[in-house]
Write a protein that binds this ligand. Structure first.
Ligand SMILES: [Ca+2]
Ligand SMILES: [Ca+2]
Length: 226
């Protein structure tokens, strides 16, 4: 099964929440996919949900970009949860989860959603990943959680500088990233530069982009993807 590197913004909510009550929140990342990736893994992050032992939410997405929800599985702080989901309606995922005991950790990844991509995606296509009616709680109180939706955008892996082509300029850009140069890579530039999908930029990524420039055939690119 192909797994693409998951990149996400860690959103610092402190300025939003202020210094008062810690409001429970849930959010999805901003992620990218290459048309050849086949599938993406999307983590659902939560904060300030300690004490909760049940919850539910819906996720609305474009079925022009995401063909099917392959599965939903618990993760990290949610690993003790029972989880079930309904994907009968394309474009909407409905998830419920519960645990025999309250969460002792309130911050982290709760679950991940594996999404299969449509086969005919174009660079630049975008779907919001919209959380709807997210609620969590326990027998004493179930309340709505503040939701921050995510986004999935189709981009070209290897096109580090995002100019639509894979050239020596991309080699230069990833070199900037490895050297942590004065002009730091943006979120999408860093994703596009991580050819081997190990979530760090190294000389191996440079070697792979160089090989794509030298051997631009689809067969060679498939070897790199696998
Ligand atoms: Ca480029
Ligand atoms: Ca890498």
């Amino acid at each position: 099964m192909k797994r693409i590197a998951i990149l996400f913004w860690f959103i610092n909510m402190s300025p939003i929440l202020g210094s008062g009550q810690e409001t429970p929140i849930a959010y999805l990342p901003q992620i990218y996919c290459d048309p050849g990736d086949g599938s993406v893994l999307v983590p659902l992050m939560v904060e300030h949900v300690e004490g909760c032992n049940a919850g539910q939410f819906s996720l609305v997405y474009s079925d022009q970009i995401i063909s099917y929800i392959d599965t939903v599985r618990t993760l990290d702080i949610g690993s003790n949860f029972f989880l079930d989901f309904n994907r009968d309606n394309p474009g909407t995922l409905f998830v419920v989860f519960a645990s025999p005991g309250p969460l002792t950790e309130g911050v982290g990844a709760l679950l991940e959603i594996e999404m299969l991509l449509q086969s005919d995606l174009d660079i630049g296509e975008i779907t919001p990943l919209t959380l709807v009616d997210f609620s969590m709680g326990n027998a004493d109180n179930v309340d709505f959680v503040t939701e921050y939706s995510g986004q999935l955008a189709v981009a070209k892996r290897g096109d580090s500088n995002q100019d639509g082509r894979i050239t020596v300029a991309d080699l230069a850009r990833i070199s900037d990233g490895i050297a942590e140069a004065a002009s730091p890579l943006s979120h999408i530039e860093r994703w596009a530069s991580d050819i081997n999908r190990d979530e760090i930029l190294t000389m191996e990524d440079i070697e792979l982009i160089a090989a794509i420039i030298l051997h631009p055939s689809p067969v060679i690119r498939k070897i790199f993807r696998d």
